[in-house]
Write a protein of this length. Structure first.
Length: 181
């Protein structure tokens, strides 16, 4: 025993037990990190959903400066009774089926291509994976430049080095409508 602990024992009569630090369990630490984020994500996503649902039962207009009034299911009745709306539903359905089908086929094809071993497979794998690793903003700007009517690469190739005859890829009638009616 040291002199300090001996003196402490003699002065108090007993040795004071050391106070142990209580450590958090792995589960408690996990909860400390997960719950605040989870609560914020739920609030961040749930509030707009509930508010939009509420507004769908009112005559709310973002343009008019008036308080929304309750109309109940009238908005839904108007939408479902409009014959033009069913064309929009059909267009959206066709677009979803075509794009999901094409993405599935293309995805499986690329997966098989990446899995195969052939001369240059490393280069092919790199060329396929690099766009997935880049920021979507960078990729968007890249494609915007590729389709530029004045100096874009695609219009240059399609115009066979004569920009006046190159079709403007994104300036056409169907540029904003991928699945025409």
């Amino acid at each position: 025993m040291t002199a300090i602990s001996q003196a402490q024992k003699e002065s108090t009569g007993q040795v004071q037990p050391r106070r142990q630090r209580r450590e958090l369990s792995d589960r408690a630490i996990l909860n400390l990190f997960i719950w605040p984020t989870l609560i914020l994500l739920i609030a961040w996503n749930l509030f707009p959903l509930i508010y939009s649902l509420f507004l769908s039962f009112t005559d709310y207009s973002a343009i008019a400066n008036k308080a929304p009034t309750w109309v109940g299911f009238q908005n839904y009745a108007d939408i479902l009774s409009d014959p033009q709306m069913w064309k929009y539903f059909a267009t959206t359905g066709r677009y979803a089926l075509v794009t999901v089908g094409m993405q599935t086929i293309l995805g499986f094809s690329l997966a098989v291509l990446v899995q195969e071993k052939f001369k240059g497979s490393g280069l092919v794998t790199t060329l396929i994976l690099v766009p997935m690793m880049l920021s979507p903003v960078v990729v968007g700007m890249f494609w915007k430049l590729m389709y530029n009517p004045s100096f874009g690469y695609f219009n240059f190739l399609l115009g066979f080095r004569n920009p006046s005859t190159a079709p403007e890829m994104l300036a056409g009638r169907f540029a904003g409508q991928p699945v025409p009616n």
